[in-house]
Design a protein around this ligand. Sequence first.
Ligand SMILES: [Zn+2]
Length: 172
Amino acid sequence: MDEKLLLELYVNRKLSTREIAAIMGVNQTTVARQLRKAGIPARPKTENKMPTPKGGRHSWGPAISAANKGNPRVGRANAGKRGPDAPNWKGGEVLDDSGHIRVWDPDRRRYVPRAHLVWLAANPGEVVGRGNVIHHIDENKLNDVPENLAKLTIAAHIRLHRARQSSSSEGS
Ligand SMILES: [Zn+2]
């Protein structure tokens, strides 16, 4: 088992042992045993998951301010001309069809997921890469703060969401 990933998920990302087990494709007991071996104390269930920050503006990081000049406003992307050339240009942010916020990237001249830019700014030198997704830990797609974002493979992402579904339907 990749101990670095285990610590990242459990300590930094505050995922539960159940979620980590789903991501790594092992059972929950194995995760718990590995945590004990690594000397990581078990955490009460109530402290799992990152809290959703309430209200206020976040500091998105330099990548965001650069990509997000003008008058930030959430709205629909213009189907015709895009970006500052569009007749209804209202600023650098749009809400895409999947419910994620995209920001105008002046270099690539297209809208890119804000979560990706935030994650990239928080992880210098890394790339999102093909086959990976940036997951929202609290499942709030609008909560694009670094501590709420985690890079996962598509397969691990699917397993994680399945694990979350089954744990919420258990009601424990
Ligand atoms: Zn997700």
